[in-house]
Design a protein around this ligand. Structure first.
Ligand code: PLP
Length: 427
């Protein structure tokens, strides 16, 4: 065999791997510099971890960045989501409509409020909630729709907002995957009535463990604040119904954000717009180079749409086995791993099929918690959300580049090309 033939032989069939050497800097996350360390140490040395002076500055700066009147920090995205649901008056017997293909925090906090999730299917290309699968699920009990900008891709907010407004229901955007992303030129998190998001260290806006709620709606803000905060509520609860709640967190949650994270967040925010631009440049280049190969498609909005992939959290590719002779996803990802590329199944497990959403009686109601306050059996069996259920075999993780280093990215491009051009040998 010639040298080129040896290089081209798939590593899983005994050839040389396509990507060798240490590329860990390309993926290291979060990026922590002396500037972050100094900011965190300042709070630590002052013993101000449990105050809220730094958090208030961070909230104001983050609100300005997203473009909302209010921002409310919390210890994690899960806390921000339940605050947002309570802010929208989700309560006993109510229903929220959410995708099943998401992290559990998008939907499961509804249980704490006596409400239940109703799951809608997703679009096969954006992987976000399908606006066409929402309206027929709305009942007189529906209080909110919760779209997720999944793996950085903006959900199709125009039709979602149109449906919600027509039915008088709220929209809570789960922005945990897409801080700073654009939908038709405007930042996600500013379309719905309220946005909630995670800022834990794996996310693209990564500050330790934290969450943030953003809204222009004073009542939603004050209700959210009253749910898990108590010390700072007296000056901030102004609406007549809510004022008497000051002093106690009515949800009995304690959602004060650790200020070490707020200090980290203020530094992250300064550098964030430049950072996500670099990530977008890197991943758009990666996908442009792979354009036209069979079996895979980019997970990103059309180039002229004004929409963007934010920090491209959990970067994902769409897998089309029918273009590769039916090659199972695991054989493709296994061949990629042999080439030295970290590559595996790339999505969550559908929530609607889990035992906890179907059978578990968590609070001893004598029936599944999903139905504890429901007026009908709202459970959704296997086969009810076909696009969601098929997705685990139709998407895969791609390298989440944090730096736009073309010479290194080219190695990964070549490895994907090598495997896809010889995929028939894996059958
Ligand atoms: C991570 C995540 C959350 C929850 O955030 P935490 O900070 O981990 O509590 C909520 N929704 C989605 C879609 C997420 O990925």
């Amino acid at each position: 065999m010639t040298a080129t033939a040896v290089q081209n032989k798939l590593a899983i069939l005994g050839g040389e791997p396509g990507v060798t050497g240490d590329h860990s800097e390309l993926f290291r996350w979060p990026i922590v510099t002396k500037e972050h360390e100094d900011a965190v140490l300042e709070v630590l040395r002052a013993g101000r971890m449990s105050g809220w002076d730094v958090t208030q500055k961070f909230e104001a700066e983050f609100a300005e960045y997203i473009g909302t009147d209010y921002a409310l920090g919390s210890p994690n995205g899960t806390a921000a989501l339940i605050e947002a649901m309570f802010g929208c008056k989700v309560g006993r017997g109510d229903e929220i409509i959410a995708p099943s293909m998401t992290f559990w925090s998008t939907a499961l906090p509804a249980f704490n409020l006596g409400a239940t999730p109703i799951f809608a299917d997703i679009e096969p290309d954006s992987l976000c909630i399908d606006p066409k699968d929402i309206e027929h699920r709305i009942t007189e009990r529906t209080k909110a729709i919760i779209p997720v900008h999944y793996c950085g891709h903006p959900a199709d907010m125009d039709p979602i907002m149109e449906i919600a407004r027509r039915h008088g229901i709220k929209v809570i955007e789960d922005v945990s995957h897409a801080h700073g992303g654009l939908y038709k030129g405007r930042k996600v998190g500013t379309f719905g009535d309220v946005a909630a998001m995670s800022m834990m260290s794996g996310k693209s806006f990564a500050i330790g463990e934290a969450g943030m709620l953003c809204t222009n709606d004073q009542e939603i803000y004050e209700r959210a604040l009253s749910f898990g905060h108590y010390e700072q509520t007296s000056g901030k609860l102004t609406l007549p119904d809510l004022k008497p709640w000051a002093g106690l967190p009515v949800g009995a949650y304690k959602n004060r954000l650790n200020q070490l994270c707020s200090a980290m967040g203020r530094v992250q925010l300064k550098h964030y717009p430049g950072k996500i631009q670099e990530i977008q440049d890197a991943l758009n280049y990666f996908w442009d180079e792979l354009e036209g190969l069979p079996g895979i498609r980019a997970h990103r909005p059309a180039k002229d749409s004004g929409s963007s992939m934010a920090g491209w959290y959990a970067a994902t590719g769409l897998y089309l086995p029918e273009e590769l002779g039916g090659l199972p996803l695991s054989k493709f990802t296994g061949a990629m791993r042999a080439e030295g590329v970290s590559c595996s199944r790339g999505c969550n497990n559908p929530l609607h099929l889990h035992y906890v959403l179907n059978e578990a009686d968590i609070y001893g109601d004598g029936k599944p918690t999903r139905l504890a306050f429901a007026n009908r059996d709202v459970r959704q069996p296997a086969g009810s959300l076909p696009v969601t259920e098929a997705l685990p075999e139709r998407c895969f993780s791609i390298p989440w580049f944090k730096h736009d280093r073309r010479d290194e990215i080219d190695l990964y491009v070549a490895a994907f090309r090598k495997v896809l051009e010889q995929a028939d040998q894996l059958l």
